[in-house]
Design a protein around this ligand. Structure first.
Ligand code: HEC
Ligand code: HEC
Ligand code: HEC
Ligand code: HEC
Ligand code: HEC
Length: 435
């Protein structure tokens, strides 16, 4: 197992995605079947399993092949495609299509996986354990009963389904059996017209409402993963757990799936972030012109983010201020900046931390801007700019594109990903004060 890990660590050197490289290096067995300890979901009420047992089995990834559908299923009920689910569950489908879960096989991941599939199939599968986790999404699967994880061609592979990312079935279907949360308030027959086939009902479990449901893909086990300055690269669940939100039992779903909506808004959504992050500022002015001193205190407060703001090392938030003249033009050399984020980079074969200024729930990032002489200054402009994909745009795709073993398809996709990762930038907050 170690030799494979070393190979991946080397691949990371030439530009593999950080997350999986790390995941795969330290937990290479984690995505293959764990054999007999796996409870069968169809056999009995899943709530008889305790939380840990349930999720160990439910989130075995890749998710084992579903097998043949029950003979009474119609074509629509037999399909694992999100469009089929959407024909009866229109609201969830419309939401999901907007969400990043549906785009988890976009040009960034897919551009790498397309080449990995040829160069290192096990590496490709390790990416897909999070980005396209159904076995039906993979051209190869682990040979049944083979502890070494030998890969064989997958007869059930569906190339179109592969590109649909994290599908409805990944979260809701095991062995063609539907799993879901306890019934919502109101009459279910009002939601689904009488006589609509219902895939033999739904196995309901309260575990769908638990934060542990999201944990497997959004948290690395600190015992088995690489730590950068003592911290796993994905630590969202633990950040949440130790926060007031976690202590109060406000699960990820309570914020990210309000009223069970399937949008999973996050750092890429300006309005959403605005609702959870408060910015405050105050200006102090002493004297004027060449004699004067000017001070701006700016605070970015994590008011309602249930983990660090931001939780990953991929976004950066630039907190900036500058002096403006009468006409609103910036005065040269007056721009100053502070950065919120976790700046860690993979360089020369190892991870290096530059700084970590992420803001824990309830806490604040404070920046003091100072100008000594401010002749000609009439206003101060302060603004907060969010770069959700900063790491990829600046530290990952450019060196990756320098690599020598990219296919033409891979290169085209990564060039698109580089462009798109620069287009997600937005201004969260802006304020211009007269002096
Ligand atoms: C032909 C229509 C149809 C298709 C296709 C379909 N469903 Fe359903 N689904 C239903 C009906 C009807 C119910 C109500 C079940 C009941 O009686 O409790 C339901 C219930 C559910 C529930 C519980 C919903 C609730 O309101 O609590 C989930 C989750 C679910 N389906 C997931 C899926 C997924 C995932 C797919 C695709 C892989 C899918 N369904 C495909 C008709 C369908
Ligand atoms: C443990 C789950 C996990 C694994 C394994 C994983 N990823 Fe990701 N990946 C994520 C999460 C969560 C995000 C979103 C957070 C972020 O942007 O860092 C993400 C984001 C990304 C992004 C940026 C978003 C986008 O769609 O452009 C790329 C590119 C990516 N992953 C590629 C890969 C590749 C390639 C691999 C395998 C070498 C891989 N990932 C393995 C969970 C995972
Ligand atoms: C990342 C995992 C995930 C994906 C992908 C996903 N769901 Fe869900 N779904 C959930 C969770 C978790 C809940 C329960 C949320 C709660 O209780 O707060 C849920 C709830 C539901 C419900 C019950 C809604 C209600 O009002 O009671 C339906 C129906 C459903 N999902 C269908 C779908 C369909 C159809 C898709 C694809 C278009 C889909 N889901 C994709 C995780 C997922
Ligand atoms: C099968 C793995 C998987 C599961 C389960 C999962 N996620 Fe994700 N999630 C991902 C990946 C991968 C991405 C990044 C998609 C991309 O951009 O390529 C992501 C993206 C997100 C984002 C958007 C982040 C952004 O950058 O704006 C949010 C929010 C999120 N997930 C929340 C949740 C919540 C809440 C749950 C539990 C209900 C959950 N996820 C379950 C894999 C998963
Ligand atoms: C109290 C509300 C709240 C809770 C609880 C919460 N989140 Fe978030 N989450 C947010 C907000 C607001 C953002 C946008 C700001 C940000 O990115 O930090 C966000 C962003 C994210 C992102 C985007 C990536 C990033 O770097 O920030 C992911 C992924 C995510 N959350 C996953 C989760 C998971 C998994 C859980 C549960 C363990 C969870 N969240 C719990 C409110 C919440």
């Amino acid at each position: 197992m170690r030799s494979r890990g070393t190979k991946i660590a080397f691949a990371a050197l030439v530009g593999l995605s950080l997350l999986a490289a790390v995941f795969y290096f330290y937990a290479p067995g984690a995505f293959f079947s764990k054999g007999t300890e796996t409870p069968k979901f169809r056999a009995g009420p899943s709530t008889e399993l305790d939380l840990g047992q349930f999720f160990n089995a439910y989130w075995q990834r890749p998710i084992p092949l579903q097998g043949a559908p029950p003979s009474f299923f119609s074509d629509k009920e037999s399909s694992l495609g999100p469009d089929a689910c959407g024909s009866c569950h229109a609201q969830q489908y419309a939401d999901w299509k907007e969400s990043l879960h549906s785009r988890a096989m976009g040009p960034g991941p897919w551009g790498q996986i397309i080449d990995l599939t040829k160069q290192d199939p096990a590496g490709a599968i390790s990416c897909m354990t999070c980005h396209a986790p159904l076995s039906e999404q993979s051209p190869q699967v682990a040979k049944a009963g083979d502890a070494d994880g030998t890969l064989v061609a997958n007869g059930a592979y569906d190339p179109q389904l592969q590109l649909r990312g994290i599908t409805c079935a990944a979260c809701h279907v095991r062995g063609h059996q539907r799993f879901g949360p306890p019934k919502a308030e109101g009459n279910i027959t009002a939601k689904y017209p009488a006589g609509l086939p219902n895939h033999g009902g739904v196995q309901r479990t309260p575990y769908f409402e638990r934060a542990e449901f999201c944990k497997d893909c959004h948290q690395f086990d600190p015992e088995y993963s690489l730590l950068v300055n003592g911290k796993p690269i994905q630590d969202t669940f633990r950040e949440w757990q130790s926060s007031s939100w976690g202590k109060a039992g406000a699960a990820c779903q309570s914020c990210h799936m309000p009223e069970r909506r399937h949008l999973w808004r996050g750092i890429h959504d300006r309005e959403w972030v605005k609702g959870a992050v408060r910015v405050e500022q105050s200006v102090e002015k002493n004297g004027s012109g060449a004699e004067g001193k000017l001070r701006l205190n700016l605070h970015v407060i994590n008011a309602a983010v249930g983990h660090k703001f931001p939780t990953y090392l991929t976004p950066k938030i630039f907190v900036r201020a500058e002096l403006l003249d009468q006409s609103g033009k910036a005065l040269p050399r007056t721009t100053q900046e502070g950065i919120i984020g976790w700046d860690a980079r993979f360089e020369d074969g190892e991870w290096k931390e530059y700084f970590d200024t992420r803001v824990a729930p309830g806490e604040r990032f404070s920046k003091v801007f100072q100008w000594q002489a401010f002749e000609g200054a009439r206003k101060i402009r302060a603004w907060v700019e969010v770069h959700p994909d900063h790491f990829y745009h600046v530290h990952f795709y450019p060196p990756y594109l320098q690599g020598s073993n990219l296919s033409a398809d891979g290169r085209g996709l990564i060039e698109r990903a580089l462009r798109e990762s620069g287009e997600s930038v937005y201004v969260l907050y802006e304020n211009i004060v007269d002096l």
